[in-house]
Write a protein that binds this ligand. Structure first.
Ligand SMILES: [Zn+2]
Ligand SMILES: [Zn+2]
Length: 484
């Protein structure tokens, strides 16, 4: 055989393998067709939430829409939990096991975009679903309802709970729900996230503390009597200067970023108030807290040196994700059974057009067809350099998630491209991949108590003996006005 023939054979075998249909049980086929039958309905819900694009703790309409859907399906809904008006828990069934599914629905301020493959901001909007949480919410609700249907049909004992969790983006909504003990009776929690690929790896994330540092000085005419003023902006700038020098002397995998949220109004008035909003992240909570303490010292020093009064408010704080490998394997198996997203010709055109905007410098030129694949399972100490309040949940109950290709391959989270895809049929297709994978996984857990036992013992071991949960944001009340 020539090399050419060999290659031909290898490619042929590979495509046979790729084309081989995974075997689905009759029960699984029923679950899939049930969800497929309602995908346009869930698509409508997701588009509605995409249109509203409500930011953290202000998701009144989005939260109500999902609650309404669950109530209609026979769930009992408890709204306004953990001191958060837009948080809720919907429950169906009774007894053990209790499987929870997380649903997010907050948008990001400052990024708007139409559902087009080219940049087209919407001036009338203030926020956009650049993290795809308009899909996250309805996708999880779709799964909870499918699981409920299965419980009803089979008469199995068990409880399915859908947690409506607001303000993931910087508001740490879930932390208050964890602090309130809302996951105490839950055996396993499932979640997912919109992405540009399909995967279910036991990856972790960065723990995070966020805070607003406020400086108060004395206003004065900046030219006529500057000596009588004390600039609050000087306080902010001195703090930033010290933090930026500090970067040289902290573990290099720390992330620190800030924006000046108040810096005065006019150059000829010495500002008597200024505010800077900081994030600090590290995968290790001990290192994080150490760097955080040094940041507070810099803020105190800045206040001292500029004769301004400094005070700070911790806005958010989240744990790193604690993965459970056995659960990730289970999720990966189910995601592989479900398979990825296949684009229609119009969707392919959309994806190719959008691909032109990515630029080679990001090294992310990828083919739309990749949305159809599922990334191979990897347990290679994966770290996402993002943070999520799912982290806190994962330290009080075994938790597992997946990523589903709701965005054109190559899309970065928090980008206009992510907003665009999240508002199209491409987003809905990815959302349904997630809903199906979550449902399969929940059903597996209901059917086989050994899976839950194994997850619990792996999780206990990963968590370490003597672990006691303590929220990184302390005992503050939910920062309901952090986006105001
Ligand atoms: Zn996000
Ligand atoms: Zn997100």
């Amino acid at each position: 055989m020539t090399l050419h023939q060999l290659t031909f054979l290898a490619v042929g075998l590979l495509s046979i393998q790729l084309r081989a249909q995974p075997t689905l049980t009759k029960e699984q086929q029923e679950v899939l067709s049930g969800l497929d039958g309602k995908s346009s309905h869930y698509g409508t819900l997701s588009k509605q939430i995409w249109d509203w694009a409500e930011v953290g703790y202000q998701e009144e309409k989005s939260s109500a829409l999902l609650q309404q859907e669950l109530t209609k399906e026979g769930f009992s809904v408890k709204a306004g939990v953990a001191g958060i008006p837009t948080a809720f828990v919907a429950t169906f069934g009774s007894g053990k096991p209790v499987i929870g599914i997380l649903a997010e629905y907050d948008a990001l301020p400052g990024i708007t975009q139409d559902a087009t493959p080219e940049r087209k901001p919407i001036d009338s909007k203030k926020a956009g679903h650049a993290c795809g949480h308009n899909l996250f919410g309805p996708g999880s609700v779709a799964s909870a309802i499918a699981v409920k249907n299965w419980l009803q049909k089979t008469g199995k004992t068990g409880t399915i709970q859908l947690y409506g969790t607001p303000a993931e983006e910087g508001g740490s909504g879930k932390v208050y729900m964890v602090r309130e003990g809302m996951f105490t009776n839950t055996d396993v929690v499932l979640h997912w996230h919109p992405a540009d690929r399909n995967g279910a790896d036991p990856s972790t994330s960065l723990a995070n503390i966020t805070a607003k540092f406020r400086f108060r000085g004395i206003a004065a005419h900046a030219a006529a009597s500057p000596e009588r003023g004390r600039s609050a902006l000087d306080g902010v700038e001195s703090m930033n200067y010290m933090i930026n020098m500090m970067r040289e002397h902290i573990p290099s995998d720390t992330r620190i970023h800030y924006v000046i949220t108040k810096g005065g109004e006019a150059p000829n008035v010495v500002p008597d108030f200024a505010e800077v909003y900081y994030y600090v992240r590290h995968k290790n909570r001990t290192i994080l807290q150490d760097v955080w303490k040094r940041m507070v010292k810099a803020a105190e020093g800045a206040g001292l040196g500029t004769e301004t009064k400094m005070e700070y408010e911790i806005i958010g704080g989240v744990y790193n994700l604690l993965p459970v490998e056995s659960l990730s394997k289970l999720m990966h198996k189910n995601l592989s059974l479900v398979g990825g997203v296949t684009y229609s010709p119009e969707e392919t055109k959309f994806a190719e057009k959008m691909g032109e905007s990515f630029g080679a410098s990001f090294g992310s030129i990828r083919k739309p067809v990749e949305a159809a694949t599922v990334s191979p399972f990897s347990n290679n100490d994966l770290l996402s350099s993002a943070s999520t309040d799912v982290g806190d949940v994962s330290w009080v109950v075994p938790t597992v998630g997946l990523s589903a290709a709701t965005w054109v391959p190559g899309t970065a989270a928090h980008s206009w491209q992510a907003v665009a895809s999240s508002g199209t049929s491409i987003g809905v297709k990815g959302m349904m991949v997630a809903a199906k994978s979550l449902t399969f996984t929940a059903i597996d857990l209901f059917k086989d108590p050994a899976l839950i036992q194994k997850a619990k013992s792996d999780w206990q071991q990963a968590r370490g003996a003597g672990f006691q949960y303590e929220a990184l944001l302390g005992n503050r009340k939910p920062a309901l006005d952090y986006r105001k």
